[in-house]
Design a protein around this ligand. Structure first.
Ligand code: SAH
Length: 359
């Protein structure tokens, strides 16, 4: 059995051909799945009973089940906890902006990158998500909010470049006309900096925005908060970024989570300026989301402002990310963890024990 969302148009046409069906059936099916949001073969009215039967024998339609949903007080951020058919849960966030709706998708169940400030990685990585499982987060979220989603960011749980082939298939498919038709310039992929994969991505000739989770301009400091820094230096990352810019002409976005007393001094700002001077880039300052899972505190408003001013004065284009959904555990991986913890807690109680955390 296959997940039908893992099949792109070419795969579906090949399958139809191999199974004695006309290839135009492929576009009928994608029309139901992606344009009409019909996720039951029996309800696809222009599909014959015999083909529906054949499809059901070979495919399942893995639209994740909604386990929980949260809406922020400001009503502009939604967080969904979805469960796939194997029982794994992941989270997806939808943010409503004036310019359209944006979805933040997870690319793995958990994460193995170990960034110290991030809740997604605390329990490690369970498995990769397939291209269809990532796509189905967008489909399901569209149907939950009842509106079209026009922007996608790969900034949920997981490291997209650690799941390269599935993520690439997802990126190609979601921008196709027959699927969700989301232009590549409306897609941002964020990575903690897996250098060889950044170069490989540059060679794919996509028009997506690449975001780098930099969080420090200094290798020693970066190693303290991001284990991946032990593998690739900042100089190697910047080199790979230059290659990406050369190949795609696209501006790089650097994410910088401001953590009190860790990376928010004016000296850090000065080092960052020296590092990024002359590079086609943009810096996105993120006041770190304070999560239960660690002790990191966000920088003071004064420090954030001074850091921001210093970068802008030095012609590094910078924005401060608006904090959305902090009242609904919208930081990476928090919702899934809350859910798993509550399940463990219940299990502990059911077993007559007092187990609350079993990590
Ligand atoms: N693995 C990828 C994408 C997922 S994380 C990456 O590292 O880029 C998406 C972004 O959220 C990254 O920049 C990550 O560093 C950041 N992030 C994770 N936890 C955070 C927190 N508690 N506060 C602020 N940003 C956080």
């Amino acid at each position: 059995m296959y997940n039908i969302f893992d099949f792109n148009m070419e795969d579906l046409k090949d399958w139809m051909k191999g199974n004695g069906e006309s290839q135009f059936r492929a576009s009928q099916i994608t029309n139901w799945l992606y344009k009409k949001g019909q996720w039951d073969f029996d309800c696809m009215t222009n599909v014959s009973k015999s083909l529906a039967k054949k499809l059901k024998r070979n495919f399942y339609i893995d639209i994740p089940e909604l386990v929980k949903s949260y809406e922020s007080k400001s009503k502009d951020t939604f967080k969904f906890l979805y469960r796939y058919r194997d029982g794994n849960v992941i989270e997806t966030v939808v943010m409503k902006y004036k310019h359209g709706n944006s979805v933040c998708v997870s690319t793995q169940v958990g994460c193995r990158m170990g960034c110290k400030f991030c809740a997604s990685t605390v329990d490690g990585m369970v498995r990769n998500l397939s291209s269809g499982e990532i796509l189905a987060q967008v489909l399901r979220s569209q149907s939950e909010i009842g509106e079209r989603i026009s922007n996608v960011v790969l900034m949920g749980s997981g490291e997209p470049l650690d799941n390269y082939d599935n993520v690439l298939k997802f990126l190609k498919m979601i921008s196709c006309e027959y699927s969700l038709n989301i232009g590549q310039r409306h897609i941002t992929l964020s990575t903690c900096g897996i250098v060889p994969k950044i170069k490989q991505l540059a060679d794919e000739s996509l028009q997506i925005t690449l975001a780098i989770s930099l969080h420090s301009p200094d290798d020693i400091k970066r190693k303290k908060i991001m284990p991946i820094a032990n593998k690739y230096s900042i100089a190697e990352i910047i080199d790979a970024c230059r290659y990406y810019i050369d190949k795609t002409g696209r501006r790089i976005s650097f994410e910088y989570a401001l953590v009190r007393g860790v990376n928010d001094t004016l000296e850090c700002a000065e080092d960052l300026i020296q590092l990024l001077k002359g590079l086609l880039c943009h810096v996105n300052l993120i006041p770190v989301n304070e999560v239960r899972e660690n002790e990191f505190k966000k920088s003071s408003p004064n420090n954030i402002k001074s850091f921001y001013d210093k970068l802008n004065e030095n012609k590094i284009e910078t924005t401060v990310r608006r904090e959305m959904g902090s009242d609904i555990d919208a930081a990476c991986g928090q919702l899934r963890r809350s859910y798993l913890e509550s399940k463990r807690y219940r299990k502990g109680v059911e077993n007559g024990g007092d187990l609350v955390r079993c990590r």
